[in-house]
Design a protein around this ligand. Sequence first.
Ligand code: GLA
Length: 469
Amino acid sequence: MNSHYNPDGWDTGELERAGALARELRSIAGANARVFAVRAPGRANLIGEHTDYSGLPVLPAAIDRSTIIVAAAMESREVTLRNAAPDFAPRTFQLERRIPPFAQGDWANYVKAAVQGVIDHFGALGVALARLRGAALFVEGRITTAAGLSSSSALTVASALAFMAVNGLDLPPLECAPMVARSERYVGTMGGGMDQAAALFGRRDHALFIEFNPLRVRPVRMPSDAAIIVADSGEIADKSGSARAEYNRRVVECALAARILARTLKLQGVRTLGDVVSARVNWNATDLVGILERAAPARLAPDLEEAKRLLDMTGISHESLLHELVGPGASSVKLDPAKPLEIFRRARHVLTETERVIRGAELLEAGQLEAMGALMNESHASLASDFECSTARLDKIAASARAGGALGARLTGAGFGGSIVAMCRAADAPRVIESLDRFYYEPLGIEARGRRAVLHAGDGASTIELAVA
Ligand code: GLA
């Protein structure tokens, strides 16, 4: 089943969890139902933050924490969801051409996103909606939610694979990852493709150098003396509210920077900063940042009138310009009328971060941990000052990791709260954890246990069929 995905990725604990869920599921789906189990891991991004939606590379690792779904086909056209975590209530929805979302912020919208993505993708290949069967999906997540470890993409990836499995559909990971990335925009965030690719391509003991358009993934072995520590700040990034609006605004800011550069450099067909980079052989961040600085004001009014003038697009409406800039998800972008669009600083982060990612992959490969750590620290500084997605607490927790001997520490994921990732020599990991407790968790009165851990780079998603017990 699903030969593209590594069936060895399962550890004994996960198989036991899947087995227990399968017993429950068979009580609904019938004792002889074919039952599939999917695991999809979260990820920690080592470096390359807020570069993916500009089509520029990232260097995450899938982690050894996963979401599991156990699934069986149903006779009806209903998808029934249960989540082992009591905070996530059971849900049911119908298979339809356009599945309407649940209320904003509902966990099951990630499952709807995946199912809608599969319907659309296979629909375009001629698989009729009427041919698809409903499913019962039992979910159990072991990735801390709202912590910047991409539990949501693990859920979307696992749901897509589970829904495909019960319907006898299959897709190689190079096609599956962009499909799931696109479909996750259903929840209203204009995300890039890093999380889904990391969940699908994860490889034990390896980070992943991921490039986009087209997707390419190169595993980079983690040096054996390195440890990755992920620590949750406990500050919740409000993904369906203000953090989402800020994230989407960054997508628009980066797209505007790309268009302004393209116009100045007379490049055709540019949508993203990645397109600008691809069109310039031997590009470097300093040159492009310099060109942008001369070509455009550092910030633009949020009503986009100035942007239209700069881009010679004065004839079109605000909505059309947004659509032109960010594509079909434009309707989920709400620009705060009180906040100017920061063009220059956002682009400076993305372009310098891209240089750091490329260099970071080389350094990791060469086992040069100090230099890699220094890049991670630079990345955090750039995210804090130019990209403005850090918070006082993220700054503090990163500093606490460094104080304990971490060679580098930075926010991981979208920011605005969530987790940091730190890298240290394996022997120093206990000292880093002690320092996090002493300088971050204890002063804030936060229970540290379960919030910080040494994580290992793990395998990507896989689907297996469970034998009848
Ligand atoms: C979120 C998104 C990713 C990526 C990061 C920032 O995790 O889902 O696509 O943009 O933020 O690097």
